[in-house]
Design a protein around this ligand. Structure first.
Ligand code: ADP
Length: 554
């Protein structure tokens, strides 16, 4: 072990000292800033993404490595050189692990690796973490103060491990290309994995130049894998919104350009810097062209969207006006139909009652039909009027407290004879912890219940209809279930029935006179009174259950 201090003076901020040439600063600080910028941009834009976090960690660990390496260049004391030399080894290994993890995530479309795989990798790399601070790692410093060290067996092991990891990454790259079906995902994977591969190949190649004693000069360029990595990653972000980052990485580009220009000041001999400048210029040529193209595209898209938005606004306003006119038309038409219809109904029933003398038996049947049809027509007109009232916001609700249970029982009793005519049994049941008082419009609530039970009678050919009133004190709600053994509803019907004019395909075969408005009106009225209606069925032919729920007045 050689422990004489080197000739140069102490370093400032650990990294500035006379020993370090401009090229070293350039090859270190430039990739360091680029990698940190990239990492932060990707993390800030989507902090929850697993691959975003891994990329951030990778760039961060890389930055620490670079910073430590600069310290090695600048530090004149053997103790600190030895310390940072030992520390940098596990850091480097960790960086390779993260890079492999990143590629794994892209190769498997962001599905995390199973724990056993993570474990297997860690065991393989354990010696490096365990023996980092022993002489197995760094045996001693080289006597000429060039920051070089005599590498222990552990470092050789690490180089071998690096090559194995690079092999794994190449394998995952190919595996991903074969297995990913989604084209965009496959492209993302190719970009990120190739970038990572380039990054690590530069790094390991630089390491090997040390092992083959090519001098410290070439080793500097191993860090240039990072700007290339950053360029490919940025390109893939701009083109494919990789890492779910949509923002343009203008920040990275501008700061990198700034560093490049600034660093020119550090070079006394421009020829010396030529390869460095060449790499940087190529990188920015590609990314700059891509940036301006995507910016142009974005501006065009924005203009298009703005135009579309204005058109949409106009169309919307026009649709609203049309809808309003339509509601008004329905309302006027219905009102005008109502008065002649009242006359028809009135006279038909007077005729049937014999108020105009004895009607011949032959005329009784057609007269009965006139009476029946005019009733149905009146109901349909009432539905239309209700729809136009709801849509124009003119539906009035007279809210008051009343006992829902009693009203439901009355409606059930009223409809029992209709059910019996069809051979159906209509039950009324209750299971209550509360009297069942609600605060709502009594007329409209009766209308809703009537509608639901009436539907069950209409759409059930044999069996039973059960009306069950129950409450839930915890939720402070009361429920009215209407359960039938009727034609039931398919999933598709269930999704549609609360919309206007929607009727199931099988509805007509059972009942031809419906308008498809009853449930729409009932649901809207229930909602307006703080409640709601839900429907359930196991499928066509399997019966239905409709539930009205209302808040209890307590
Ligand atoms: P209408 O009964 O006038 O057609 P509704 O709005 O009351 O209109 O009902 C809409 C549709 O919902 C009905 O056409 C029918 O397809 C379905 N439906 C309603 N109640 C039931 C029920 N109890 N059983 C099966 N289907 C029903």
């Amino acid at each position: 072990m050689i422990d004489n201090a080197c000739e140069w003076g102490a370093s400032t901020l650990l990294i500035f000292s006379e020993n370090v040439g401009a090229l070293v600063y350039y090859t270190h600080i430039f990739p360091l800033v680029i990698s940190l910028f990239l990492g932060f941009q990707v993390l800030i834009n989507n902090p929850k993404g697993r691959s975003n976090r891994v990329l951030f960690l990778l760039t961060f660990v890389f930055s620490i490595w670079v910073y430590f390496d600069l310290i090695l260049w600048a530090s004149p004391t053997p103790e600190s050189v030895m310390f940072f030399w030992s520390a940098i080894v596990p850091i480097e290994m960790f960086m390779y692990l993260l890079a492999a993890y990143l590629v794994y995530l892209f190769a498997h479309e962001q599905v995390d690796a199973p724990t056993w795989k993570k474990f297997a990798f860690s065991v393989f790399l354990l010696p490096i973490f365990l023996f980092a601070h022993t002489s197995l790692n760094v045996i001693g410093l080289s006597p000429d103060c060039d920051t070089g060290a005599f590498e222990g067996i552990l470092i050789q092991y690490m180089y071998a491990a690096e090559i194995v990891i690079i092999g794994f990454i190449a394998y995952y790259l190919l595996k991903g290309i074969r297995r990913i079906k989604d084209t965009a995902n496959r492209k993302r994977h190719i970009y990120i994995s190739t970038a990572t591969l380039v990054f690590l190949c530069f790094f390991t190649a630089g390491n090997l130049t040390l092992s083959f004693d090519l001098g410290p000069f070439y080793e500097q360029y191993k860090l240039f894998g990072m700007p290339i990595f950053a360029t490919i990653v940025s390109y893939s972000i701009i083109k494919l919104a990789t890492f779910r980052v949509k923002a343009l990485l203008t920040g990275v580009l501008i700061s990198a350009l700034w560093i490049l220009i600034f660093s020119m000041l550090l070079f006394s001999d421009i020829a010396y810097a030529r390869p460095v400048i060449l790499i940087t210029v190529i990188a920015f040529g590609i990314i700059g062209a891509q940036l301006s193209r995507s910016m142009r595209k974005e501006t065009q898209q924005r203009e298009q969207i703005e135009k579309l938005a204005t058109n949409l606004e106009k169309a919307n306003a026009r649709l609203k006006a049309l809808d309003h006119q339509k509601s008004e038309f329905v309302s006027i038409a219905s009102h005008q139909l109502r008065s002649p219809l009242t006359a028809i109904r009135g006279y038909a029933s007077l005729l049937l009652e014999g108020s105009f003398g004895q009607i011949p038996q032959k005329a009784m049947e057609p007269l009965g039909r006139i009476d029946e049809s005019s009733k149905l027509m009146a109901l349909a007109i009432e539905d239309y009027l209700n729809v136009s009232r709801i849509e124009s916001g003119n539906m009035k609700y007279n809210l008051a407290d009343f006992n829902l249970v009693k009203e439901v029982e009355h409606v059930t009793d009223d409809l029992r004879s209709d059910a019996m005519k069809k051979g159906l049994v209509l039950y009324f049941k209750k299971s209550l912890h509360h009297q069942g008082v609600i605060h709502a419009d009594i007329g409209k609530t009766i209308q809703i219940i009537h509608n639901l039970i009436n539907n069950s009678v209409k759409y059930t050919q044999t069996g039973t209809i059960t009306v069950l009133v129950r409450d839930d004190m915890r939720k402070k709600k009361i429920f009215v279930d209407i359960i039938d053994t009727g034609i039931g509803m398919s999933e598709e019907t269930l999704n549609a029935i609360f919309h206007k004019f929607e009727r199931a395909r099988n509805a007509n075969s059972v009942n031809a006179t419906g308008t498809g408005l009853g449930l729409y009106v009932a649901a809207k009225m229930a909602e307006a009174m703080g409640g709601g209606i839900t429907a359930h069925s196991d499928g066509d032919g399997k019966g239905s259950r409709f539930t009205l729920e209302m808040p209890l007045a307590m």
